[in-house]
Design a protein around this ligand. Structure first.
Ligand code: KIV
Ligand code: NA
Length: 277
């Protein structure tokens, strides 16, 4: 099984085969994506909330991100591996962005980075692309700007906003992005943008007519107890299974039924026991 490449993703898009992408923040999750043929693994900066308990992605540091990227990289032999550049790690200058992107590749072992924004980041996208760090863009709802956007809200529901999302998508493609995430935009707008771009679009809350879909692992597996966005579908109830398991463990320890001395323990011979006594 050959590792997924950018060329392969482009072929899926050209053939109209939907691209599958899920987030992963650790080795076992990477293995799950790997074994079941997910096309792209994303170490999203949603890591901040769903894995580290931080209130927003803007608090995640580059070092924290790198630590998780390395773990995911070890389990990711098949999916194409992309990670978010954390807030602040690509905004201060093109030089800083390039230096930090190189850390993502060398220390984080990722194959590509994802950046949020439009025309204002194209200089950075083009630098990273030309030095060999492929960039996935991210337009529509930009969680790293949740404060300036006054929360996590659907984008592009007014004509001017829709045009803004289209322009952002076009500038990222022109700057060399190999794919784009479209987050929380009307499905007609996502379909329109997808038809006008040559690169794959990966939707989240963007309807079925993008080149692929992405969800946050903990949302899709129902391991996240925060607010559920409208676009989340729960494909498994891992949270429910975990809760039942913890309850059963606590009850079994308290009533003495765990562990079984023979089935779940070790023995010592009579002879050795006598000598010990
Ligand atoms: O951080 C993240 O998980 C993401 C995806 C939802 C696209 O950016
Ligand atoms: Na993100």
């Amino acid at each position: 099984r050959k590792k997924v490449t950018i060329r392969h993703l482009q072929q899926l898009r050209d053939m109209g085969t939907p691209i599958t992408m899920l987030t992963a923040y650790d080795y076992p999750t990477a293995r799950a994506l790997d074994s079941h043929g997910v096309d792209i693994a994303l170490v999203g900066d949603s890591l901040a909330q769903v894995c580290l308990g931080l209130p927003s992605t803007t608090l995640l540091t580059l070092d924290e991100m790198l630590h998780h990227c390395r773990a995911v990289a070890r389990g990711c032999t098949y999916p194409f591996l992309v990670a978010d550049m954390p807030f602040g790690s690509y905004h201060t200058s093109v030089e800083a962005a390039a230096a930090n992107a190189i850390r993502m590749v060398q220390e984080g072992r990722v194959e590509a980075v994802k950046l949020e924004g439009g025309a204002e980041i194209t200089e950075i996208v083009s630098r990273l692309t030309t030095i060999g760090v492929p960039v996935m863009g991210h337009v529509g709802l930009l969680p790293q700007r949740h404060v300036s956007l006054s929360g996590y809200r659907v984008q592009g529901q007014k004509a001017a906003g829709a045009l803004g999302v289209l322009r952002a998508a076009q500038s990222l493609q022109s700057a060399g992005a190999f794919a784009l995430v479209l987050e929380a935009v009307p499905h007609r707008l996502a379909e329109y943008i997808t038809a006008r771009l040559a690169i794959p679009t990966i939707g989240i809350g963007a309807g079925p007519r993008t080149s692929g879909q992405v969800l946050v692992w903990d949302d899709a597996m129902s391991r996240w107890h925060g607010r559920k966005a409208k676009f989340v579908r729960r494909f498994a109830d891992v949270g429910g299974t975990e809760a039942a398991g913890v309850n059963e463990y606590v009850a079994a320890v308290r009533d003495g039924s765990f562990p079984d001395p023979v089935e779940e323990g070790y023995s010592i011979s009579e002879e050795e026991w006598e000598r010990f006594l």
